[in-house]
Design a protein around this ligand. Structure first.
Ligand SMILES: *Cc1c(COP(=O)(O)O)cnc(C)c1O
Length: 418
């Protein structure tokens, strides 16, 4: 791989300020990027109204939830705990929709507070019916196809357990009847990617479902909009993918008289490129002529797991006060005693090492790992090797960093042990 250009919003200077004030490793979110992304999502083409939700599991820090809430986004929660977390951040329950693999024990209470609920299995639909006879409910479908980046990010099709399989419509209708329920929303989330053709296909499949349920007024197309973390990746242009979708809504209205409200709920798109993980080089080693040069960070899978489990690619930038003119191919590894803790796997294959050409590194240099906003801080094998949770910082629009999560106190790791 070639020497990557420059970080998205970190420089040696502002990285140094963040490191001096808050230490490393630290997640640095960029307020201007978050706001810009929210504005893009809220401008998604629509025919009869739009509710854009932030899939908060991507990065659930209260400062991010508050910023998105103020921008006009609603929220998608993946567990009852996420609903509680959003509410604790001041998000009104009426702006939260729950689509979960596991029904929370306090579902009735959450429903009474005013959250929306999608039944994601026949069992969930039945349990909802028993709790809320006569109520309105959303149905999450598995429409039979998916377009995830790999087997682990694919969220539709026969090998995915998410949502109710599209062939079980008769069973759904029976449950609706038994419990006097009204299906008002249809939801699918299959990862629509960046290709307008795929979006159109997804919209068509969804309208086939909407047709089956006359009371449905809202169609939620989920998230999964691809972003370009690396230079050679293709980002989703929401105006481009949204145009044929909007036309499909209009066509459906002309044909049936039903003006369906659109919901979308991206996570990745809103936050992925709005955060850089700032770490420090704590060691540099080599394994000889036939081997590799390794940079060891004071961060790793405990802060950014995606490379280790998906082989996902993140831009890695070495930040030096004066950039070393000499370069070297490095394998960048994390701080865990775990051979899988690598930041430079082969693309899509965490089993294979790859290298990045970086300026010759010295202990103490900073490393900025871009594209670390989505499923980074929120998805870590927390406390492995007993490393505490890293701090989180928001780089304000004026360029001033402010703390949004303290570095965890080491005692917090064992405080619940008895
Ligand atoms: C995770 C999730 C999303 C967001 O997915 P991204 O790929 O981060 O955009 C949206 N909807 C549901 C139901 C999800 O579980």
């Amino acid at each position: 791989m070639s020497v990557s250009s420059h970080p998205r919003f970190l420089t040696y200077e502002n990285a140094h300020v963040v490191a001096e004030n808050f230490g490393t490793p630290v997640y640095v979110y960029d307020e201007a990027t978050l706001k810009g992304n929210a504005a893009d999502v809220l401008a998604f083409p629509n025919a009869f109204g739009l509710t854009a939700r932030y899939a908060m599991k991507a990065a659930p820090n209260a400062a991010i939830l508050k910023l998105f809430g103020a921008a006009g986004l609603h929220f998608d929660a993946s567990s009852g705990h996420e609903v509680r977390r959003a509410m604790a951040a001041g998000i009104p329950p009426g702006k939260i929709s729950l689509s979960a693999q596991e029904i929370p024990d306090d579902l009735v209470e959450l429903l009474d507070l005013g959250i929306d609920f999608n039944a994601c299995s026949l069992n969930q639909l039945e349990r909802f019916g028993k709790l809320k006879r006569g109520g309105s409910v959303g149905i999450r479908f598995n429409p039979g196809a998916g377009s995830g980046g790999n087997n682990r990010t694919n969220v539709g099709g026969p090998s995915s357990s998410f949502g109710i399989w599209h062939e079980w419509i008769p069973q759904i209708k029976e449950l609706l009847e038994t419990y006097d329920l009204t299906a008002t929303r249809i939801h699918t989330h299959i990862g629509s990617g960046s290709d307008p053709e795929v979006w159109l296909k997804v919209a068509k499949m969804n309208f086939d479902l909407v047709r089956q349920f006359p009371d449905v007024v809202t169609l939620n197309l989920g998230g999964g909009f691809k972003v370009a973390r690396m230079d050679d990746e293709i980002a989703t242009d929401l105006q481009v993918v949204g145009k044929p979708v909007k036309e499909k809504f209009e066509e459906f209205a002309a044909e049936t008289g039903r003006q369906i409200h659109l919901e979308i709920e991206p996570g990745t798109f809103l936050v992925a490129n709005a955060c850089s993980l700032l770490a420090s080089v704590q060691d540099v080693v080599s394994t000889g002529e036939e081997g590799y040069h390794f940079i060891k960070l004071n961060a790793g899978m405990t802060e950014l797991l995606r490379p280790s489990i998906y082989g996902s690619q993140h831009p890695i930038h070495l930040l030096q006060e004066k950039t070393n003119p000499d370069s070297q191919d490095y394998v960048v590894v994390g701080h865990c005693c775990e051979s899988g803790d690598i930041l430079t796997p082969a693309p899509g294959d965490p089993e294979v090492l790859s290298t990045r050409k970086l300026p010759v590194a010295a202990i103490g240099d900073y490393i900025a790992i871009d594209g670390s906003g989505a499923y980074a801080s929120s998805m870590t094998p927390k406390h492995y090797n007993s490393y505490p949770e890293a701090a989180e910082v928001m780089l304000g629009e004026s360029g001033t960093p402010r703390l949004i999560r303290r570095r965890q106190k080491i005692e917090a790791i064992w405080e619940n042990e008895v």
